[in-house]
Write a protein that binds this ligand. Structure first.
Ligand code: NAG
Ligand code: NAG
Ligand code: NAG
Ligand code: NAG
Ligand code: NAG
Length: 420
């Protein structure tokens, strides 16, 4: 027993000596091997490494856009008749889920019910703050004259709204028929043949880029993408596009920064016609490690520790020339499931297009007493369910309620806008 043990010990020491000799002779290789073993061990054992697989997008799932979207064919199940034949200053694409019939109904009834936008609405909303904002620019009215009619208070701008949907695997016949008749009735639905899930939103957003690139670049000047739970203040967006600024009121003052609050400064006007991307910019965001979170990002999809700058998907505004460029860039970019990160971060970076942040794109719904004036003074509010949408609409269209200006010297408290 004792002797056998000694024998084993001797053999062991011989092996150790040989390994030691090997390490001394091949230092570089050995260090590399040790390092690899260490990395593999840690990769497996450390939950912060984002190794868990993502539903619908496993490691092996193809991640090129071409696997989901036929570039040469028209694959849509439904497209509006004469889609983008008529001129519209602004085309709004609302990403909606097939079964969200009610949300689409509410949008059509409320903020989406304005094929022609009547400019006097802006004046009525903000008239009491006259002098605290800039009017639209005559040069821009001339520039976009093909999309406008009338003048002064009866100025009208044409807009177009289209909903984009996927399809559901287990959709009942009834549901499919309902979508078909909805499309027939309102002529504002694009339906594509992919599974309509949250994790497939990137496919949906790129489908939208495809349709707009193919049909709308010559008949529209701006593109706005939002979700079906976004409340969009169309009058404010059009005022901004035409070179005006939105007055700061007591409720919206807190959204501003030291370099954005002075909306009577000529430099706060939009003057760009091309290469324009506006939204709520996210800077230096790290991927989420918790696999239960809906924004969880596995490392096989995005390896780095920080995302490039991107715009929140609840609403981003582009000049139309940017759309085909983003579409083209998307074809050579590996899919990440977060639509906004993919389109306005990775693809925009690849296409070399700068993204600008504007404080009036809000991604959260205001829940304090100032709601009414928050909605009147911003471009978007997000997470607005049907009842909230309705409420927001009553407030935006209530011309008799006047929002007070911010307190004096409010700007002294404002932070600097984060640059990235
Ligand atoms: C996304 O759509 C594709 C194509 O329809 C489908 O195969 C896949 O399962 C979907 N992914 C998810 C996460 O639903
Ligand atoms: C849009 O508004 C007009 C006029 O207020 C109204 O007649 C029409 O029914 C509305 N459309 C929808 C889809 O609610
Ligand atoms: C615009 O709306 C106002 C009321 O909101 C109305 O008085 C005016 O006639 C409208 N103008 C046009 C051209 O429809
Ligand atoms: C837009 O106009 C350009 C130049 O006139 C033309 O080459 C292009 O095919 C048009 N695109 C669409 C989608 O009509
Ligand atoms: C509109 O606003 C006024 C003033 O704030 C308020 O008295 C009135 O009740 C509001 N109307 C509606 C329909 O909410």
């Amino acid at each position: 027993m004792h002797i056998k043990f000694l024998e084993v010990l001797r053999r062991l020491s011989r092996i150790v000596a040989r390994i030691w000799l090997f390490i001394r002779r091949y230092k570089a290789i050995s260090i590399l091997a040790l390092f690899l073993v260490y990395r593999i061990y840690h990769f497996k054992s450390d939950p912060s490494k984002r190794t868990a697989s993502l539903s619908g997008w496993g490691r092996e799932t193809p991640r090129s856009i071409a696997a989901y979207l036929d570039l040469t064919q028209n694959t849509a199940l439904i497209v509006p008749r004469d889609f983008c034949r008529s001129k519209a200053l602004l085309t709004i694409v609302v990403c909606s889920f097939v079964h969200h019939f009610e949300r689409r109904r509410v949008i059509r009834m409320l903020w989406g019910n304005s094929t022609d936008f009547n400019y006097s609405a802006f004046v009525k909303l903000h008239g009491n703050l006259k002098g605290r904002y800039l009017d639209v620019l005559p040069e821009r009215l001339k520039l976009y004259t093909e999309y406008l009619s009338g003048e002064g208070d009866s100025l009208k701008a044409s807009i177009r709204i289209v909903f984009i949907l996927g399809r559901r695997n287990l959709a009942s016949l009834l549901e499919n028929e309902a979508v078909a008749s909805e499309a027939e009735k309102y002529n504002d639905i694009i339906q594509e043949n992919f599974m309509d899930t949250y994790n497939n939103l990137t496919i949906k957003a790129v489908m939208a880029l495809k349709h707009i690139s193919q049909s709308c670049v010559n008949t529209t000047a701006f593109y706005f993408k939002c979700d079906d739970d976004t409340f969009v203040n169309v009058p404010n967006i059009l005022h901004f596009l035409l070179g005006g600024t939105i007055p700061v009121n007591a409720a919206t003052a807190r959204f501003h920064f030291g370099n954005t609050y002075d909306v009577t400064s000529l430099r706060k006007r939009l003057t760009a016609r091309r290469e324009m991307m506006y939204g709520l910019a996210y800077c230096n965001v790290s991927p989420i490690k918790n696999k239960l979170n809906k924004w969880y990002m596995p490392s096989y999809m995005f390896r780095g520790g920080v995302y490039p700058k991107y715009l929140c998907g609840s609403g981003y505004l582009l000049s139309i020339d940017v759309v085909p460029r983003l579409y083209k860039a998307s074809l050579g970019t590996r899919i990440v499931h977060l639509e906004d990160l993919f389109v306005t971060g990775l693809c925009a970076e690849k296409a070399g297009i700068k993204r600008a942040s504007h404080p009036l794109f809000r991604s959260d719904y205001p829940i304090d007493a100032d709601e009414q004036c928050t909605i009147k003074g911003t471009f978007t509010v997000h997470r607005a369910r049907d009842d909230i949408m309705l409420e927001a609409w009553y407030q935006v269209t209530n011309f008799s309620s006047k929002c007070p200006p911010p307190e004096k010297n409010f700007h002294l408290k404002l932070p600097k806008m984060q640059r990235c």
